[in-house]
Design a protein around this ligand. Structure first.
Ligand code: GSH
Length: 259
């Protein structure tokens, strides 16, 4: 992917999206796939993992990614705000259902996947507590500033301990919902069409079982870190969660990933 520097991008018209260069950040990939699914063009802006990113901060007030800026409107950094912006810029194909019950379900599932305290956040807190029991040794990126990452996303040992049963319950819940949907004839989380939470799970399933290297070339340390579930979550490796991810990428989102 070709990235524009933040200092240049801030003067460009249209939609700008800051993304972490060379790393498939889950929030960034989700924002990208929401826009791509809807056919909304954007300028990819370079954000460098764990670095100060001073030009991006000067422009948006935000150091990390993603950051979406439409024209000269305020920046959007939260997954739900980015989906709402995309819906406004191009309502079709719709990713947030009009039906109130379905909308609450869709946004609730997305919040459970991407929101603070959700699947991605809790999984990251566990991944940040090193070393974990029996984990392989090669899971730390020598290029990242551990202090910055710990401060931004670290969490505590106590948070990591309570995270694991919550994550296991989330996997069971997502799988049970997909099983019910499958029995009703739909491969998607809500209703009969793709909604935002389908894209969010497809992208965040990398923290469960990452797509293979040929379509998702991740650095070895990151693949090891994303893949290592540990003995508790291993018991909740539901095949239907991977079937859903594969269908989403094959039918709707496209492969290989590019970052
Ligand atoms: N702002 C997002 C979360 C963003 C986020 O966690 N970004 C991480 C992805 S792992 C990131 O940019 N990491 C690289 C860095 O901090 O430099 C939200 O609230 O939905």
């Amino acid at each position: 992917m070709e990235y524009v520097d933040a200092a240049d991008a801030r003067h460009m018209p249209g939609l700008k999206l800051a993304l972490t260069v060379g790393v498939p950040g889950r929030w960034g990939e989700s924002a990208k796939k929401v826009l791509e699914y809807k056919g909304i063009p954007y300028v990819p802006v370079a954000q460098y993992a764990s670095e100060p990113n001073p030009e991006l901060v000067a422009w948006t007030g935000c150091r990390n990614a993603p950051v979406a800026v439409w024209e000269d409107e305020p920046p959007r950094t939260n997954f739900q705000d980015i989906v709402a912006l995309a819906e406004r810029l191009k309502p079709e194909p719709r990713l947030v259902p009009l039906d109130p019950d379905e909308r609450q379900l869709c946004l609730g599932i997305s919040a459970d996947i991407c929101g603070e305290g959700g699947w991605g956040w809790k999984r990251r807190i566990i991944m940040g507590q090193r070393p974990r029991d029996n984990e392989p040794p090669d899971m730390t990126n020598p290029g990242l500033d551990p202090k910055v990452m710990k401060l931004a996303y670290g969490g505590s040992v106590a948070e990591a301990e309570i995270a694991e049963p919550c994550l296991a319950a989330m996997l069971d819940n997502f799988a049970a919902r997909l099983e019910r949907q499958r029995a009703a004839g739909s491969p998607y989380f809500v209703g009969e069409t793709v909604t935002a939470c389908d894209i969010h799970w497809a992208c965040f399933s990398a923290l469960f079982v990452p797509l293979p290297h040929d379509v998702n070339p991740m650095p070895d340390w990151l693949r090891a870190s994303y893949s290592w579930l540990g003995p508790v979550l291993e018991q909740h490796r539901h095949q239907i969660l991977l079937d859903h991810r594969d269908l989403m990428f094959e039918r709707h989102l496209g492969l290989p990933l590019d970052y």
